[in-house]
Design a binder for this molecule. Structure first.
Ligand SMILES: Nc1ncnc2c1ncn2[C@@H]1O[C@H](COP(=O)(O)OP(=O)(O)OP(=O)(O)O)[C@@H](O)[C@H]1O
Ligand SMILES: [Mg+2]
Length: 398
């Protein structure tokens, strides 16, 4: 099955807000529909903040009672998400249409209505939304490599994964989001003359042409957007700038690999909202396992789809008194991939030559190839997830 066909089978992720007459029946019918995944529902927008911001929604169904247009509610929703909004309205809603369309509402459905009509409208809106984002299979995949601990191997994994994807013929961008102390460029033997900082402070709207003017070309064919040269410049890389950057990068690139710092800061949260695969790196030591467990809990609070998280065990073959199975038990999740400890890794790091390029026969390089193949074969088809919990993003905003 092609990735496109697989994507088409994905259930549409919908959140329901507001209230109107007949909504409970509509909600019940939609929950039973196998093409839809109702992530959650909340009468008040504020209650839904977490899921709206981090829930990877395809559309929001907002219920209202005519004849007044719910301008304030929709404005506050826009603070959390750009997902398309479908208005379902009870009572006299004849006067709502014009204002709704002017306000960017994707569709207006007067109730009562046959469930199939509502589902049809949702499908239409979601399809248009995905197309508008280039989501017809042509969008680049955002692969974020994260670990709550330093030194676990995020930069080693992200650099080697990125060059491996390139070798597989995927046009790839490596984005160094370890904004204060990023060392992805150095591990690739590059000396940056421009960085993500220069890109975000440059005047004018960011588009793919502008992005191309700020990336560094690595000999492997990989494009790299390095971290700022000065730690104090990190704060200018705001959530908004980063969100735009990722959206733009998805056009020209098949894959965007993001290296990170060990924190859930604003730019990381903006990245999570656009992440297709989150590789959560773990090691065979108790503090890292404890913090990876906490990270999994935080991701759940953020309504991040759990199916997009893959725990990767680095230095999996090290004999340090903890077994792989114990890690799985402690994390209550399966490990998605194992990466061996390999002397070729630090050799590559110190020479600025990633092991995947320089020594493709090394055990680590082979494991990275398996990981890369798995990522590219997979689709973003994801399953049920509970929602409505408080997110870091909304906490920061409140
Ligand atoms: N599988 C491995 N085998 C051998 N050495 C490894 C392996 N993975 C990582 N290392 C070593 O561990 C060191 C730390 O890795 P890395 O810099 O990628 O960690 P990090 O998570 O990015 O750290 P930070 O949070 O400080 O950025 C590297 O210099 C590398 O040599
Ligand atoms: Mg690092």
């Amino acid at each position: 099955m092609t990735e496109h066909e697989n994507n088409a089978k994905e259930r549409l992720r919908i959140y329901v807000t507001g209230s109107c007459d007949g909504l409970p029946e509509v909600l019940q019918a939609l929950q039973a529909h196998d093409e839809l995944e109702i992530i959650g529902s909340a009468e008040m927008i504020q209650e839904a903040a977490a899921a709206l911001a981090g829930g990877h929604l395809d559309a929001i169904l907002h219920a209202t009672r005519g004849p007044d247009y719910p301008a304030g509610e929709l404005a506050s929703m826009r603070e959390y998400t750009r997902a398309p909004v479908i208005l379902v309205a009870s009572g006299d809603c004849s006067g709502l249409l014009e204002e709704a369309l002017e306000d960017g509402v994707a569709d207006l459905i007067p109730l009562p209505q046959l469930t199939e009509n509502i589902v049809f409208a949702i499908r239409k809106v979601c399809h248009q939304g995905r197309r508008a984002q280039g989501g017809d299979g042509s969008r680049g995949r955002v692969i974020t490599v994260f670990s709550p601990k330093g030194g676990v191997g995020k930069t080693v994994v992200s650099t080697n994964l990125a060059v491996t994807l390139c070798k597989m013929g995927k046009s790839t961008l490596l984005l160094d989001l370890d904004l204060q102390f990023g060392d992805a460029a150095i591990m690739l033997g590059l000396q940056p003359d421009k960085t993500i900082y220069d890109l975000v402070v440059a005047p004018g709207e960011l588009d793919s042409e502008k992005l191309a003017g700020y990336t560094l070309a690595h000999q492997s064919g990989l494009d790299v957007l390095p971290a700022p040269l000065q730690p104090e410049d990190a704060e200018l890389v705001t959530e908004g700038k980063l969100a735009r950057l990722l959206e733009v990068a998805r056009g020209p690139y098949d894959a965007i690999v993001v290296d990170t710092s060990p924190f859930f800061h604003g730019p990381m949260l903006a990245t999570l909202d656009r992440t297709d695969d989150l590789l959560l790196l773990c090691g065979l030591d108790v503090p890292t396992i404890k913090n990876v467990r906490l990270s999994l809990q935080t991701l759940e609070l953020l309504s991040f789809p759990s199916e997009r998280v893959g725990v990767v065990l680095n230095r999996a073959n090290t004999n340090v008194g903890i077994q792989r199975a114990e890690v799985e038990r402690a994390l209550e999740t399966k490990i998605r991939a194992d990466l061996p400890s390999d002397r070729a890794v630090p050799l590559g790091v110190n020479r600025g030559k990633p092991v995947s390029l320089n020594d493709p026969g090394a055990d680590f390089s082979k494991a990275i190839v398996d990981l890369a193949k798995g990522l590219m074969a997979e689709t973003s088809g994801k399953k049920k997830k509970d929602a409505g919990k408080k997110s870091l993003l909304s906490r920061r905003r409140s």
